[in-house]
Design a protein around this ligand. Structure first.
Ligand SMILES: N=c1c2ncn([C@@H]3O[C@H](COP(=O)(O)OP(=O)(O)OP(=O)(O)O)[C@@H](O)[C@H]3O)c2ncn1[C@@H]1O[C@H](COP(=O)(O)O)[C@@H](O)[C@H]1O
Length: 106
């Protein structure tokens, strides 16, 4: 059966308090939110670089790293994937162009 982002979210929550010597999730968590956030930024940049090089496999690999580290950061903030999907649901059907035009200060 195919693993989902919800499965990965659950694994990350379970691994946060594991032995940092045995778990990357625990190790990065122990290094603090700033380090997790830095990794999200690095993986985002690496995704962009791969995409701009039209490196399909690289973009897939870096995107997986990015999603994984983003879930780690969200877990550190006690934000669930459902919280983010709720926000996307809220936006469903609202054109990004129309939404931007409705902002007063833009
Ligand atoms: N999906 C992932 C996953 N994707 C990437 N990574 C790790 O993320 C790290 C990112 O690589 P980098 O080279 O950027 O990082 P780094 O070598 O630590 O570099 P520095 O920041 O230290 O310079 C690598 O160590 C990858 O192995 C992952 N580690 C774990 N998972 C999932 O999380 C589960 C729990 O992992 P553990 O907590 O390690 O048991 C695993 O079973 C997987 O399902």
């Amino acid at each position: 059966m195919r693993a989902t982002l919800f499965d990965l979210e659950q694994t990350i929550r379970q691994r946060r308090n594991a032995d940092p010597g045995q778990s990357y999730v625990a190790k990065l968590t122990a290094r603090g939110r700033g380090k997790i956030a830095q990794k999200v930024g690095e993986e985002a940049v690496e995704t962009v670089i791969a995409a701009m090089a039209s490196d399909r496999q690289g973009t897939i690999s870096e995107s997986a790293d990015l999603l994984f580290h983003l879930l780690l950061l969200l877990a550190d903030l006690n934000i669930s994937l459902d919280d983010v999907l709720d926000e996307l649901d809220r936006r469903e059907g609202v054109s990004g162009i129309a939404e931007k035009a409705s902002r007063k200060d833009d």
